[in-house]
Design a protein around this ligand. Structure first.
Ligand code: HEC
Ligand code: HEC
Length: 297
């Protein structure tokens, strides 16, 4: 594995392939079938699910009326809800943004635009897409969107489970998907899967997922978090950031701080913290945070 020496003392960690599923050839083909999601009264032509410029408001009563950009963008551009959902809960390949502090949201747009917020894995499509989105919206739109998403209630639809053996998976689009066959050893990975794979393409804001983590990682993560004082800052900060946050997203971000792919002024606080964590430590601390135990509140 290539190791890059950085100006700071810490050595970059090679991003593991399991953290960045990417296989656009395996995306489901478009159809014109009428489709819905469980519990919704809305039915649409399935073809629109492939249009990144719009997203379906499956549950209009679940949140206040969103700014236009959440549901619709110009042809070829991205609607926010297409990835983060109308209620901001996100899915494993992006992230929950509901309840995030509005100033933090605005700062992240600036970081994506200036190239100071990249993924540790070069060419990772979700990060590249978010960077493109940041270039498509005006300051006024960002302020309006930050205000909208910051007022939504943070909640998690992710369940964390320790498991020695996990389902076999393949990359489909930008997520992992179960494939037939006997379970296989987890081998230090986090395997995050939508409980119903169709919820991914349907952008279902009530879609639940399960994050499998290595046995013992939650307790180990609790010890690491106590030593490094994660909650001294995170219990109070960033709003919307807490138990149930996607463990694979957390590891992607810790690696981005560690490998100096996240370098905006706000990131400077996190870099020396990430420098003290091995990849296994990152997995453990992310498992603990995602598990949403009382201890992490
Ligand atoms: C193509 C999918 C996609 C679209 C559309 C999209 N995002 Fe994102 N967004 C992402 C991904 C992926 C990330 C995480 C990137 C990373 O890992 O660095 C992200 C990150 C963010 C973050 C930072 C979250 C955090 O906790 O640091 C904010 C805020 C955000 N997006 C807001 C928006 C808003 C507002 C819109 C609409 C203008 C939008 N996004 C549209 C994919 C998307
Ligand atoms: C001294 C305060 C402080 C401590 C301690 C701290 N953090 Fe952070 N953390 C921050 C700040 C500030 C940010 C926002 C960085 C930015 O603006 O880019 C952040 C961001 C993050 C993010 C990215 C969040 C997102 O939505 O993208 C993760 C993940 C994270 N921290 C995990 C941890 C973990 C795990 C620990 C303990 C091992 C920890 N932090 C300890 C201050 C802290």
């Amino acid at each position: 594995m290539p190791i890059i020496m950085l100006a700071a003392a810490a050595v970059a960690i090679a991003p593991p392939a399991w953290l960045y599923p990417q296989n656009m050839a395996a995306e489901s083909p478009a159809s014109h079938a009428p489709i819905s999601v469980p519990g919704s009264r809305v039915t649409v032509d399935a073809a629109i699910l492939h249009d990144r410029a719009q997203t379906v408001n499956w549950f209009p009563a679940d949140q206040p009326a969103p700014p236009a950009r959440v549901l619709k963008a110009k042809a070829g551009e991205f609607a926010c809800g297409y990835c983060h959902m109308v209620n901001g809960v996100g899915h494993p390949q992006n992230i929950s943004i509901a309840g995030l502090n509005a100033d933090y949201v605005i700062a992240q747009f600036a970081a994506f635009r200036s190239g100071q917020r990249k993924a540790a894995q070069p060419g990772y499509i979700p990060n590249n897409s978010m960077t493109r989105v940041a270039g498509q919206v005006s300051e006024a739109e960002v302020a309006e969107l930050a205000n909208y998403y910051s007022k939504l209630r943070y909640r998690s639809l992710i369940r964390v489970r320790e498991a020695a053996m996990v389902p076999r998976v393949r990359a489909a689009g930008l997520v992992w998907e179960r494939v037939p066959g006997p379970p296989e050893p987890i081998s230090g990975r986090i395997v995050e899967l939508m409980d119903r794979p169709e919820d991914s393409l349907r952008h279902n804001p009530r879609g639940r997922s399960t994050a499998y983590v290595p046995p013992g990682s939650i307790a180990r993560g609790r010890r690491i978090a106590a030593e490094l004082g994660c909650m001294a800052c995170h219990a109070q900060m960033l709003g919307g950031w807490g138990p149930g946050r996607s463990p694979s997203y957390i590891v992607r971000q810790l690696l981005a701080f560690r490998n100096r792919a996240r370098t905006d002024p706000g990131a400077e606080t996190m870099q020396p913290i990430a420098d003290q964590l091995s990849l296994d430590d990152m997995v453990a601390v992310a498992a603990w945070m995602g598990a949403g135990t009382k201890a992490s509140r």
